[in-house]
Design a protein around this ligand. Sequence first.
Ligand code: HEM
Length: 253
Amino acid sequence: MTPATARRDPLGDAPVPRPGRRRARWVSNAVLKPVMAVTGSIMGAFVLVHMVGNLKAFQGAEAYNSYAAWLRDVGYPLVPHDGVLWALRAVLGVCLLLHVTAGLTLRLRGRRARGAFRRRGLRPAALGAGSMTVTGGLVLVFVVVHLLDLTIGRLVCPASFQEAARSSGQVTAHAYENLLASLSRPGMAVFYTLIMLTLGLHLAQGLWSVAHDLGATGHRLRTLLAVVAVAAALAVAVANGALPVLVLTGVIS
Ligand code: HEM
């Protein structure tokens, strides 16, 4: 027997929801899309800046550690020690929470709206968009492992882990030593490199969606934005992805 809330489509088997019986949404898709675009862009900008910071590893321990120490003391004495770093952590934390919540909500709504129907014969570009939940999930797993490994430290990193220490107002960071200790483990190095390729895919598709969401029209503008999205994603995937390989092979030591 057909449920009271649904009728039958006269041309097929699909149930047709009765008009006026939809539940009110806690937030509209028109809000969720810009939230995804803004938070994704902020996190994307962080990833690009972090990648530039990681390139300091090519200059050796002193350059990398000075950069890590500077991160902790940037803005001092105008702001307290670690002040800017904690502000950045707070902004990124909020962005991550909003981005994941909005992304999962949109994905769930899309699935409900399609009902029993499945999309078939998608072009490769559309498949990229379809893999966003999977690539995003993998990057999220990476962020948790990465923080446990290199920021919180002791849980994953070997015993050689040393925290940034402050003596007589000077910060001594050991980010370079921690980086080498972490990426000298083959499993961790392979994990990092694979995730950087995944992150590249996620970034390319995400930045391209931002261009859509901002209403970019016109062939030239759209081509330019597509090139920017792919270039940024490639830079992150190649520069970050190469680092673990270079550490593992002893080129960076
Ligand atoms: C090969 C790639 C990467 C390397 C070698 C790397 C390296 C590092 C290192 C050494 C630190 C600790 C810095 C310090 O102690 O001062 C760090 C922190 C961090 N990384 Fe990465 N990272 C990489 C990719 C990423 C990616 C792709 C993301 C984000 C998606 C990310 C997010 C973070 C965050 C959120 C922190 C914590 C900053 C803090 O709160 O102190 N990293 N990374």
